[in-house]
Design a protein around this ligand. Structure first.
Ligand code: COA
Length: 261
């Protein structure tokens, strides 16, 4: 199924693949694509036929080469701020959609592209992928969460180096600093991403959902609050058929069969 031409959505009833589809502009994020992404994030949250998502870019060159610079060139201070808040909101909806989202990074992931990949839960990169926050070269700064998510992922020093110099790093370096989870040959990117996602989807669905929530929300809490959230989830899971099935299957030395999977 497809909703418009700039964000393609395929769904096999379990795994949905979202493909940003402006290859002639290296899949740059214009306002329409951002609005479509926001709608897509809401669909992930609400549609039972989507258990997990792979997000990638069309064409051989780019995941996403950033926010659309032609749009940015027209903005003044107020609509600039509004664009940043809108974009941040879209990425946060994706990050907190409750289901695993894997970025399959198939080329340039620059500026808003790097920020979009960081809002996904796991990043798999093809060996030709390139990452960076080049905004300072344009006289702007990251606006879709880069100044907040990059230091959380790679540490303050490395984040500031990338943000202040605008330098581009290759997939191997992105892996070395913890920006991506795995690097694979370009031809294997989608298969590897799907394998990882289907492995996650074979786990207890409620356990996966609450683990995502504890990590995403807990990072913004104090340790005490985060630990309480974790304990609440742990107790809540004890009331579920998922836990009963998971533990029983272990004791009976068989594979678990979780409801709805
Ligand atoms: N916004 C709008 N258009 C973009 C874009 C962006 N962020 N990134 C690339 N494009 C467009 C180019 O303008 C070009 O369009 P054209 O064919 O109509 O001229 C097309 O995509 C192909 O890009 P091109 O620059 O010719 O490819 P390249 O292989 O020579 O260089 C990059 C690739 C990624 C190094 C280069 O496109 C680039 O630096 N892009 C901007 C990255 C950036 O600063 N992102 C942060 C934005 S906040």
């Amino acid at each position: 199924m497809a909703n418009g031409s700039q964000l393609l959505i395929e769904n096999d009833g379990v795994v949905a693949t979202f493909t940003l589809n402006r290859p002639d502009k290296l899949n740059a994020l214009n306002d329409q694509v951002m609005a479509d992404l926001g709608d897509a994030a809401d669909r992930i949250t609400t549609e039972d036929a989507i258990h997990g998502v792979i997000l990638t870019g069309a064409g051989p060159k780019a995941f996403v080469a950033g926010a659309d610079i032609a749009d940015l060139a027209k903005q003044g201070p107020f609509d600039g701020k509004a664009r940043a808040l809108r974009g941040q909101g879209v990425l946060r909806r994706l990050e907190t959609c409750g289901k695993p989202v894997i970025a399959a990074v198939n080329g340039f992931a620059l500026g808003g592209g790097c920020e979009l990949a960081m809002a996904c839960h796991i990043r798999i990169a093809s060996d030709n992928a390139k990452f960076g926050q080049p905004e300072v070269k344009l006289g702007i700064a990251p606006g879709y969460g880069g100044t907040q998510r990059l230091p959380r992922l790679v540490g303050k020093g490395r984040a500031l180096q990338l943000i202040l110099t605008g330098e581009m790093i290759d997939a191997a370096e992105a892996y070395r600093i913890g920006l991506v989870n795995k690097v694979v040959p370009a031809a294997e990117l989608m298969a590897e991403s799907e394998k990882l996602l289907r492995g996650i989807l074979a786990m207890g669905p409620l356990a996966v959902r609450l683990s995502l929530e504890a990590v995403e929300r807990g990072l913004d809490m104090s340790m005490e609050e985060g630990l309480l959230l974790e304990a609440n989830h742990f107790g809540l899971l004890a009331a579920t058929a998922d836990m009963k099935e998971g533990l029983t299957a272990f004791l009976e030395k068989r594979a678990p069969k979780f409801a709805g999977r």
